[in-house]
Design a protein around this ligand. Sequence first.
Ligand code: NAD
Length: 254
Amino acid sequence: MNTRPVAPLDIPPDASVVVLTGAGISAESGIATFRDSGGLWEQHPVEAVATHEGFVADPALVWRFYSARRQAAHGVGPNPAHHAVVALERYLEPRGHFTLVTQNVDGLHERAGSRRVLRVHGSLFHTRCDNDACPRATAPVRDEATYPDGPPSCPECGGLLRPDIVWFGEPLDPLVETRARHAITDCDLFLTIGTSGVVWPVAGYARLAYELGARTVLANLEAPVNVGYFREVYLGRASDVVPTLLAKAIQGVG
Ligand code: NAD
């Protein structure tokens, strides 16, 4: 494993950069990751709250869970790692290319100011219809409400509304997936922050970048299972490591 002392990276202003983030970048904002708590997500088995089967079995429980997640995400803010990623995007804007691919659903990147964001696992603050035959199934709407008393119904078809989250066993939005893969195919630098590398298909993105010859860099608390696909590994807390890694590029970026 190519572990290195944390030091600023050289990133040319005309570089093509993809940043991939996971739950670890939001951990220090106060949002729990679930791998770190033994497969539970805020004390719930993942299957109960993050699969379609779980939703069908108990939609009220699932909506109570995501209502609590909405409240929790509202109550916290972006940390220095989110802000450093925003500054990197600004640094590359004039001459380079930047794409942020996030598995997070918490909206903290957008609140920090990130603009080119591909949310591959959906959004905590969007809701759509669970009925595939309904037009609202493919048209998520911004929704910050909480539903502690039962699942909301679709105004269009009367079916159940669901959080616009890509649950385990569900495919990614093909358009978002295609855009992510295109960006990775064209990148010089692939920087991954705070992900365990076990959730597919996103776990395969590091291998794609590596095999195409990109400079693959990891910033994570510990070595993930796919650590072999990173040419440079920097271990530590995202809010310490990421601002230091990006310091040279983002100095002077407003
Ligand atoms: P994960 O929970 O599987 O793994 C988190 C990784 O981050 C681990 O490798 C851990 O070592 C690392 N980590 C923990 N604290 C860190 C810190 N302070 N600094 C740097 N790294 C740290 O997360 P995942 O790989 O993103 O997969 C979980 C799935 O669950 C994702 O698909 C995501 O959609 C969802 N999820 C999202 C959130 C969120 O939106 N914030 C939170 C929990 C789960």
